[in-house]
Design a binder for this molecule. Sequence first.
Ligand code: PGA
Length: 251
Amino acid sequence: MRRPLVAGNWKMHGTRASVAELIEGLRRLEVPAEVEVAVMPPCLYINQVLVGLEGKAIAVGAQNCALEPMQGALTGEIAPSQLVDAGCGMVLVGHSERRTILGERDEQVCRKFAAAQSCGLVPVLCVGETLEERQAGRTLEVVAGQLDAVIDELGVDAFARAVVAYEPVWAIGTGLTASPQQAQEVHAAIRAQFQAQSAEVAQAVRILYGGSVKAANAAELFGMPDIDGGLIGGASLNADEFGAICRAAGN
Ligand code: PGA
């Protein structure tokens, strides 16, 4: 059995005051023990969140990391080893906002994945197609290519210590959610891609769905056989909503 994971991606949201409020809300949540829960604040607030959530079964991760594992001369970046030092356990790599707005390519995503893993961070590899790609019938091909960019370079076993998040770009922050069937089709294809190389990895790897997940649609999505939890953007900024999503992953 794969343990469900629900991760809140706060993106570039928050102030010290609003983060303090969100921490208060998270502290009050009853988090189901069978669900792994994490939040990913902007780096500036990671320490505040870690201190604020001390003793609470909510892990803290980051939204991005540098290409190189160790600290060095790289202005404005944060090394995976520094994230570990700060208390993070996982990090997003290849989020579509970074791919599309900041031009991050598969090659960089792969280096970040490797750098994170070499420091003991669990990389959460984000993949997903644009609306144009879906309409052209290229969804599975695009997602397979993003996954292969990492598998070909690092080997399938790298995913024994990683998580995949399928996030259709057209569903992120738009209120449009992939239907459970649409999502399941892609999740099953991702798992089959692992299965072709390692049955063990295919069985164990957690594949999260992301894209306008909210309390109202979470249970249906998480009920699909190959959906092992969610990567939650907007709805993770509201503690009660996020808590309801976490509970949906436990049912
Ligand atoms: P959303 O974002 O839930 O606001 O659509 C998800 C994500 O980008 O991780």
